[in-house]
Every structure is written in C-alpha cells, then in structure tokens.
Design a protein around this ligand. Sequence first.
Ligand code: PLP
Length: 395
Amino acid sequence: MTLDELRGLDERYAMPTYRRAGVEFVRGIGARLWDSEGREYLDFFAGLSVHNAGHCHPRIVEAIRDQSARLMGVSNLYYTEPGPALSQRLAEASLGGKVFLCNSGAEASECAIKLTRKHAHGRGIGSPEIVVLEGAFHGRTLAALAATPKLADQDRFGPLPDGFVAVARDDPAALTAAVGESTAAVMIEPIQGEAGIWPISDEVLAAAREACDASGALLVLDEVQTGMGRTGSLWAYEQLSVRPDVMTAAKALGGGLPVGACVTTEALGDVFEPGDHGSTFAGAPVAAAAALAALDVLDDAELMRSVREHGRRLCDELRDLDGIEQVRGRGLMVGATVAEGIDAAEVVARALDAGLVINTTGPGTLRFLPPLTITASDVDEAVAIVDAALGSGAH
Ligand code: PLP
C-alpha cells in the first residue's frame, strides 16, 4: 500500500481526531526508525515517551513473545502470575502500598480521582474537590478532562464532572489557599509535559504537601510522562522534596504495550473494595509481562546516571543554538522555546525531513523525549539537525 493509499484509508475510516505527519514508519530499533521508503530517522520522541527502552528492546520483545505464546488472559476473575508480580514490583519501587493496574494514563487518572474521592467521603466530605494546576494534562476521559484546565472549558463535551478547582502553577500561596476542608486531593504533574515542559517548583510542591498534611487531603503525583526513568530517576518525585500519597503511571510502563497504574502508600492500599473499580484488560498477562521487562531494563542506576548526563548535554547544546530562547526540563524530558519569529511547527517538520523525529507542545516549544538508551553522539546528531532546521525555520 502506498502512503497516499494509507492516508486515503485513514481519512475514509478513522475518526479525524489526529493530525498526522506524512510519513509511514515500518520498523524501529533502539533510537532509530525506518519509513516505508527505507529512510532512516533518529527518534527523539519515542512514541511520546512510551519507548523509553528504545524500539523493540530484545528483552521486552522476548517477554511479549513468551507470554503471548503461553497464555494471553483469563479475565480478572482468576489468577495469572504477571499482574500481581507487576503490582509487587511497582509498589516496592515506589510508594510501598497497593496498585491498581489499568491500560492508559487517563484510566490511571480516573482511578486516582475515584480513590481520592472515596477517601474523602470516608472523612465525611459530601462534595469533595480536587485541586489541579493551570496547564496540567491528566487525560481525555471525562473526569481526567475536567482535571485538565485547558480542555475543561470545552463545553461541547459537557456536562463534565464537577469538583475540580484550578490554580496557577507557580503560586504556592494560591495553592495553599485553595486547599480546605472539602479538598480530597491535590493532583500535580511534577513536570507539566503537554503544556510545554514546565517543571513545578519546589515551593509549589512543598505548599501542596503541607496543605494536604494540614487538611487531610491526598497528594497525587501524575508520573505518566515523567515516570519510568524519563527524568533520570525511576520516578520524578525521587529528585524532589515531596513524596506523594498516590502516584499514577502509564506510557513507558508497558514497554510499548498499553499499561497504566495507580499506586498508593501502605495506608491507602485498601480504600477500594471489591466492585469499586475494574477494567477487563487490566493487569492481563502479556501487557504485565512487557511492563516487568520494561522495569528490568529501566530501573537501573547506571542507565539513570546516563539519562542525567545526556540530558545535561542536550540542554547545554540546545542553549547554544541561535533561535533557541529558553531550555527547560530534567533528564531526557526537555523543552526548548524558539525565539520570536520562528515557527516551532515548521522546525519540527523540517527536522523530520532531515531525519529527526521531535514534536512541538505548548506555545513555540520543541519537545525532546528520546529513548533513554541514546548515546552522546545521538545527542550531537539531533542538535545539529535542530540547528539546521532552526536556520531555515525563521520567517
Ligand atoms: N497524564 C499525563 C501527564 C500525560 O502526559 C498524559 C498523556 O499525554 C496522560 C495523563 C494521559 O495518558 P493517556 O494518553 O495514556 O490516556
């Protein structure tokens, strides 16, 4: 099938929810992708921070192959080994409590919202509120959408669930003031990804932790994009001064397959009872086996050291480029705002033409989310392509 035929099929049969670039990728290894015409690309997007271990990592491929040849699933009404093993691994590698496995970031958000609301009802709060930050992105299902201020005003999908309050992302006093007797939770991405890579300050995070402790509300950190080693530690909160009560994860968790998780501290492990929550595919053996293999690869101190080192190199080299105004991020989650007069989307398109996959998010921001297994020379190659693309991206 030609690319034009593929585009035609997509237009005719797929709901038009995405704008796609005109490339068909057919193969990937590590940080390299190949298109249907045999052209090679350097991938600094990793399927939006999904393929943190690189494309087709042999350990993950083998785990999927083995488990899919043995047993793909029997529903959650019976035991299979990979799901509970993954819950154990995740709990022990983070908050130490219990885990609800699911299939996406939005589902992990929904789980955190339901869990913190139920916890609030248990504290006698009839109409619990969840405080979120402006610029946050927690997913596109209805409650996750309501928790995503930029999208929550899309009344074409209304009515949305209520009970969400948004405050500025850089105002600790406003956050403190927003948390009160009826607050169930404060929900924060340690670094806002979809808004354009905006790290949340220690002051705001400390204010959130203190306000939660004072009021009995729960602090939820959304580690869907920041987790699984992306920032140079398995979870971004490990490099911060605060620890959450509840954490969500997805994206790279499944090693390329759809896996999400909502993890609690020990004290919150039994907020849900049988019947409170569920999902047919949640914790199914093939996806759970892939996630275990992804954790084997990514939960590695040496790899985390290299993520921090390559992240610094990427930021330093980007800062030196004409046409880049500001560089933000941690580890290999990096955003670079282009100077006025440069069209970031145009730079992304030119980079793709030159063989580099990146994307743009937030106003005028180039986003870099490479596989965590990249080398220093991959960084240099990517920055050289961005440099050339910036030069030709100016109006
Ligand atoms: N939370 C964050 C921080 C995200 O970046 C995303 C997706 O980009 C989500 C939640 C939603 O994840 P999903 O697209 O898997 O539903």
